[in-house]
Ligand binder design. Sequence first.
Ligand code: ATP
Ligand code: MG
Length: 578
Amino acid sequence: MRQQNLLMPTLREVPSDAEAVSHRLMLRAGLIRPLAAGVYTYLPLGRRALRKAEAIVREEMDRIGAQEVLLPAMQPAELWRESGRYGVYGPELVRLRDRHDREFALGPTHEEVVTALVRDEISSYRKLPLTVYQIQTKFRDERRPRYGLLRGREFLMKDAYSFDTDWEGLDATYRVMYEAYHRIFTRCGLIYRAVEADAGAIGGEGETHEFMALAEIGEDTVVACSGCDYAANLEKAEAAVSQQAQAGADEGAAPPLERWHTPDIRTIAQLTELLGPEASRLMKTLLYVADGKPVAVMVRGADEVNEVKVQRYLGAEQLELADAETVQTVTGAPVGFAGPVGLSVPLLVDREAAALSEGIAGANERDYHYRHVRPGRDFALAHTGDFREVRLGDRCVRCGEPLTLYRGIEVGHVFKLGTKYSTALGARVAGVSGTEQDVIMGCYGIGVSRLLSAVLEQHHDEQGIVWPLSLAPFYAHILPVSITDNAQRELAEELYNRLQSLGVEALLDDREERPGVKFKDADLIGLPVRLVVGKRAGERVVEYKERQAPEAESLAVEEAIRRVLELVKPSASFVGVK
Ligand code: ATP
Ligand code: MG
C-alpha cells in the first residue's frame, strides 16, 4: 500500500477525554474514528489489524473443529421471552420495532438464536457433539461505554457454542476450547492470565474461566498466587482462612457491651483514625436490598463486602446497596450507625469478622456505637461464610503463599452453561437409549475488538504503537527520505515491489513530507520493521530498524530483504492476510 493514498489520518493531539493509552494511540495512529459514544469506524490500519486478530481466532477455532456460522443480529423478542431474558436483560439490550410493530432485539450475545437452531435442526445424539462459532458485531447499550474499543456499544465478538449429550462431553469440549484460547492470546502477543470466575452472573451452573490481559486500565481485578497457579477474578477469589478464624472465637470472657457516644463519626475512615491500633477490631455493617428484601452484611472494618459472594449465597437475582431511607427504616438510625446488635433483618457475617473475640460496631442509633461487641453473644451467627473481598496481604487458599492483585481486561470467557438454555427453549435430542434429553451447552466468547485495545495497552512506547508481528497491519514500512530524489525513489519502489511479491505486506511512504514527519508517523503506527532509503541509495544500502531496536543498521538491499523475510516468516505463514 502506498501511503500517499492511504486513509490514515494521524493526529498530533487527541481529545483529552481519551483516557486509555490504547484509545489515544488508535485515534492518533488513524486506526479508528468515533461516530457516537462507544461506536467506531475502523479505518484501513485498524481494519487490517482487526482482520489479523480475526484470522488467528478463525484458525484456532477451525483447528479444534468448531464450525463457522453467521447468526442474525436482528432477533425476535419472542425468542428472548422464551429464554426468560427479555425482561431481565435490562437497558443494555438494544430493542426496536419493525414496520409491523413487532419487537426485536439486536443481539448482545446469541445463546437464544443458536439454541433455537439446534432445537430445530438436531434431533439425535448421533449429530453431537457440535461446536459452532461466529465472528460478528454485537450490540450492547453499555451504561458507560469508554476507553475506545475496550467498552463499546457496537463491538466485534467471536462467540462459540457447544452442544454435548453428557457432562463428560462438555468437560472435554471445554478443555479443548480453553487450550485454543491459550493459543489465540499467546499468538496475539498478550500477557494474560486465565482465571477462575464467578458463574452466577450469567446464570449457568458450571465452571467458568476468564482470560484477563494484564493492564492498569483494566476494570477487573485478578487475584493470583505468587507460589502456585491459583488465579481468580476478585469477584470469585478466596483467601486462606486466618488462624484466628480457624481456631474459632476464643472462649475467654469479654467485657459487657458498652454504648459509646460518637457524635459526627459516621465513616469507617473516621473511626479508624479515632481508634488507632484498636481499629483492627472494627466491625462494618452494610445494608443491602436483595430481590426487594433488606439484608445486612458484616465484615471487618478494613475488608470490603464481595457483593458477588453475597448474591450467590442468597441466590438473589439482584443485589444493591440500600438507600438512606431503607437504612433508616431498617436500623432506626441514619447511614453510618448500622451494626449487628438487635437487627431485625437477616445478617450475613463474614467468617473473619465472626472470629473477632470482640469489636466495635454501630449501635443502630444516631451518634452511638457499641464497644465490646461479641459475635455469638451479642448477635446470632446464623449466616456465616466468606463474604469479603480478597486484599493484599491475604494468603492463597491452596498453598498459603501471598496473593498478588493485578488489574485485568477481560478479553475472553469460557463457560459451562449446562442446560439453562436447552431446557428453556426445548433443545432436546434422543439419547442412546432412545429417551429424550436436554442438550448440554457451553459458550465461549472473545472480544475481538477489545483484544486489539488490550494488545495496544501492553505494546507501545513513548513514540507510539509497537505492533506484535501477528497483528501488525503491515509488516514493513519503507521510507524514502526524499521521494523526489530519483535514486531514492527507485530503490524504495524496488524494495516495495520485491517485498510485496515475496508476500511481505509493505507500506511505502511515498508522500512529499519532511523526513521528520515521516519518521514520527512511522514510529506512531509502529510497524515491525522500517527500511529507510536515504543518501546511500546509490550504493544500494538502506537502514534497517526493527521497531524496538535502539539503533538502525546499514545493510545492503539483499541483506535487508533477507532480514525482513526472516523476521516476518513465522507470522506470515500463520496468518497471511492480504
Ligand atoms: P464485561 O464484564 O467486560 O462487561 P461481559 O462479561 O459482559 O464483559 P461476555 O458477555 O462474557 O462479557 O462477552 C464475551 C466477551 O466479549 C468478553 O470477554 C469481552 O472480551 C467482550 N466484551 C463484552 N462486552 C464488551 C464491550 N462492551 N465492548 C467490547 N468488548 C466486549
Ligand atoms: Mg458486560
